[in-house]
Design a protein around this ligand. Structure first.
Ligand code: CDP
Length: 573
């Protein structure tokens, strides 16, 4: 064993780890340090190697990367690896069949998942609509929104005892007869707070909107219920998204064209942040590479270290493969599915930091071109690593009949890349969230428990100090404006590179998502930020562009439309 070396963590990261990640004894005293936590994680996955020498070697390799904050598995793995719980997955996808038995079986299944720190996406589309006949009782069905409320209340109660807020997503297909109530559900009932809502949009629906045609709403029981003008539904959807940020859109046909396991059924939706789209009862283990730790100094500037990136990708794919075998899922059905399909969700964080270091604007063609090279490299190397593991350990058991078999690619994992939000792990590794631009030059961050932390973009701080511009007056202005663009005295070349979330046009947010999606077999969790002044038409335009760019989903957020916003300015623009 090498010498003990505590990772170099920020005060905020330490606080988060102490409050929620480090193990405690019965009296709730913390009994490990961050080093111990990372060692516990590395040993659990290293322990899956065959021979003792390999176990030792891989444990040390995993530990090295973790301690250097070069990558991190998602939160459940940090919390549970090497503990009696040993549930390591962050993402789960469940389905509800149209029966009372299934409604409550799925709810019980979800309860077991939430208890262990996972998040669940639910498909409500098979439930009959409100007012449909219930044959056994000759009564009328209460419909999807009523069941959504039951689920929301249950998630609230279950998650109380857990370490994370219970993340839940409800998906309804656009042709379900309850669709209008679904879209408005959260605006009408403010007590639905645990669920995010999504609508599965079909190509057929988009065509009907384009042609200004009527669109048929049909019951899951098989008959059509009524016809409505497609544009009316689209406008309502965009209005609600403008007003509350929901529903998000899920482009179901695109997702199914990429379904790696069509022989296991259809994809109806994904996990709560929608980076993992899969057939019901799938789950996924996530890890994200910290791109910022793959920069190296060059002539007073920075360059991206592709060789180091390659090594990290291969290490993390192996880590994730071992994680599938070390994992203990709360239901036999989940365990069987995970072992048959072996999905992994490799992603990244810190893209915005790397772009700034390389002096590339996030919103520019050059910025996107770097992101594209990075994503293409990530894909190529992740596939190479999975192929190599297939050679060493075999293709995933359900490979025969899969999309990969059709393509003639022998892989160890049915899903390779999923770009998760890295909401906590980016904070732990002290970098920017996944592919998101940074929120603002100075902002406040609320963490679980309501505590507020003030943060300033460290790269901007350094730059301003270098130029002798860092004054209290300037900081105040930054706090107020949420942007450097209109601040006098800051040179234009800095303004071109230091662009923040609201400086970037929705179309440029989407284009960044699209260049990356091209190489991602799974999906991407990304928020398209809009200023408070954005109109409904702008939301509609963003949603439509997302579809045209071939994205698998889209979420918009207009500043100030939610009370539980994690990052905010003191004063909104
Ligand atoms: O950074 P961290 O590993 O904590 O998670 P993330 O990347 O923000 O989210 C990854 C996935 O974890 C999400 O897509 C959800 O499925 C799940 N999640 C959850 O269950 N509960 C939360 N409070 C946050 C995320």
């Amino acid at each position: 064993m090498k010498e003990r070396r505590e990772p170099c963590l920020s005060p905020l990261a330490l606080k988060i780890l102490e409050e929620r990640y480090l193990l405690r004894d019965k009296e709730r005293h913390v009994i490990e340090t961050p080093y111990d936590m990372y060692r516990r994680v590395a040993e659990t996955m290293g322990g899956q190697e065959k021979a003792p020498a390999e176990q030792k070697e891989w444990t040390e390799r995993f530990l090295e990367g973790l301690l250097n904050l070069e990558w991190s598995p998602a939160s459940p793995c940090l919390m549970n690896a090497g503990t009696p719980l040993q549930q390591l997955s962050a993402c789960f996808v469940l389905d509800i069949e149209d029966s009372m038995e299934s409604i409550f079986t799925t709810l019980k299944d979800a309860a077991l998942i939430y208890k262990t720190g996972g998040g669940v996406g639910f498909h409500f589309g098979k439930l009959r609509e409100r007012g449909a006949l219930v044959s056994t009782t000759k009564g009328y069905s209460s419909g999807t929104v009523a069941w959504l409320k039951v689920y929301d209340t249950a998630v609230e109660a279950i998650a109380q005892g857990g370490k994370r807020r219970g993340a839940a997503l409800g998906v309804l297909p656009v042709h379900h007869p309850d669709i209008l109530s679904w879209i408005k559900a959260k605006a009408i009932d403010r007590e639905i707070t645990n669920f995010n809502l999504s609508v599965a949009i079909t190509d057929e629906f988009i065509r009907a909107v384009d042609r200004d045609e009527y669109f048929t709403l049909s019951s899951p029981l098989g008959h059509s219920v009524r016809q409505i003008p497609a544009r009316e539904l689209w406008n309502e959807l965009c209005y609600q998204a403008w007003s509350t940020g929901e529903p998000g859109l899920f482009f179901i046909d695109r997702a199914n064209r990429d379904n790696p396991n069509p022989h296991f059924g259809r994809i109806y939706g994904g996990n709560p942040c929608s980076e993992f789209l899969a057939v019901p009862y799938s789950s996924c283990n996530l890890a994200s590479i910290n791109l910022e730790k793959h920069l190296r100094k060059l002539n007073g500037g920075w360059e991206f270290d592709w060789e180091k990136f390659r090594t990290t990708i291969h290490t993390v794919v192996r880590f994730l493969d071992n994680m599938i075998d070390a994992n203990v899922l709360p239901l036999p059905k989940l365990q069987e599915m995970a072992l048959a399909t072996r999905p992994i969700g490799l992603g990244f964080m810190g893209l915005a930091r790397v772009l700034k270091a390389l002096e590339l604007g996030y919103h520019t063609g050059e910025g996107r071109s770097f992101a594209q090279s990075m994503a293409s490299f990530l894909r190529q190397e992740a596939e190479a690593a999975s192929r190599a593991l297939a050679g060493e350990r075999g293709v995933y058991p359900a490979w025969s009949g899969s999309l990969w078999e059709k393509k003639g690619v022998r892989l160890r994992h049915s899903n390779l890349l999923s770009i998760a939000p890295t909401g906590t792990i980016a904070t732990l590794t002290n970098t920017s969230w996944s592919l998101e631009p940074e929120f603002a030059p100075v902002y406040q961050r609320r963490i679980l428990g309501g505590k507020v932390f003030w943060e300033m973009d460290p790269q901007l701080e350094e730059k301003l100090k270098e130029l002798d511009l860092d004054t209290p007056e300037l900081r105040q202005e930054l706090e107020k404006k949420g942007s450097i663009q209109e601040i006098k005295g800051i040179p234009q070349e800095i303004k071109n590179v230091f662009v923040y979330s609201l400086d970037i046009k929705p179309a440029d947010h989407l284009k960044m998502q699209a260049v990356i999606q091209e190489y991602v077999d799974g999906a991407i969790s990304k928020t398209i930020n809009l200023p408070a002044s954005a109109t409904v038409a702008e939301v509609a335009k963003a949603y439509r562009l997302a579809y045209d760019l071939g994205l698998k989903g889209c979420t918009v957020y207009r500043q100030g439309t939610r009370l539980d916003q994690v990052l905010s300015l003191t004063k909104t623009k």
